[in-house]
Design a protein around this ligand. Sequence first.
Ligand code: ADP
Ligand code: K
Length: 408
Amino acid sequence: MQRLVDRLLAAGGVQAGRLRDSGVRRGSDVGLDELHQLPFVTKQDLWDHYPFGLRAAPETDVVCIHGTSGTLGRQTLVPYTAHDMDVWSEVMARALAGAGVTRRGLVHNAFGYGLFTGGQGLHQGAMRLGASVLPVSGGGTDLQLRLMLDLRPDVLCCTPSYAIYLGESFRSTGITADQLSLRIGLFGAEPWTEQMRIEIERLLGLRALNIYGLTEIIGPGVACESLDSEGLLNIAEDHFYPEVIGTDGEPVPDGEPGELVFTTLTKTGLPLLRYRTGDVAAVCGPVPGSARTLRRMTRVIGRSDDMLIIRGVNVFPAEVEAVLLEDDRVAPHYLVVEDRRDSSRPELRIAVEPYSAAEDAAVLERDLAAALQQRLGITCVVRMFAPGHIPRATSGKARRVVRWNHGV
Ligand code: ADP
Ligand code: K
């Protein structure tokens, strides 16, 4: 922490200015206990100082640049130094090892390669671990399937929605889970539920684990489930110090959900002190008695920007997903439409797809609307579409939320 603060102060710029304004002159002025009194950094700060205004290392030390997927519309670019790349490979190798990947492993990496951090992060981590990596990237289902059958990888990495898409595409060509060699899957980059995990495990015949990260902090590898982490994600806390805050910006106790805030303890290219991620989750201690002593976090329920507020009720799309997929008739494809065309009466419309074309639409729609009302307290309009009619995530992150505004 102290080294980070010294680094930020030495670099000058926005973060240094704010630290000085809060009375911090040197690293030894602040301990972890005082961290919660220091100012936040937000996505807006990165946008305001686009592209590299918050960089803390000299330009000559930068060895590569990645960017956010731009899910929220505007892009953020992040410079990495050789040291950052080293930290990233290490946390990713740790994540893969915790998931049971070994040097004998072959990682079929179907995360996208490019500005997006998914592909590169898994790639380096697998190499650092000493496994082999197959950089297939997203898209091209025929190639994905051929490589999977010819090379028999034991590990698959991609977004959960793409995992579903791959599984369904394989199945449509007559290939079932028992013909595949997959043992472990690391899925992330978008919110997903326990119900989705069951669907993926059934389709692909593997153990599905959750990996979390964001470009601003490093990329994937900020936290990852391991075989022994009991359903929560181990945070690489020695590099990315977590806090959870309420809507008032104040810390919430362990185990209570709130917005995740990370401080990058070791990064040098773009070190961030108290970066507000916008992602909602809870943080808690390690598994009691476990050799892993770092703290864990729950799955991310959603990002605050994706929260739907319908007639005063707040819901995340993932909460809708959990209710929908609990119903055995419903396939893992859905869309949530926030309909504000009539501003006096906003509606939540939900498009679902059944497994069977023979499903009675009226009955299914009524049952799901009742389940959503009972579980989430929201009244919504559910519409069933024929199997195959809801758009698939054919490479990266799924788009589950559509907003219809006045005049659209
Ligand atoms: P963008 O914000 O443009 O999508 P990134 O590609 O850096 O940029 O994606 C990071 C974001 O993806 C996180 O802030 C989080 O909202 C989401 N995310 C990443 N991994 C997970 C995960 N395992 N579960 C839920 N959300 C995730
Ligand atoms: K190897």
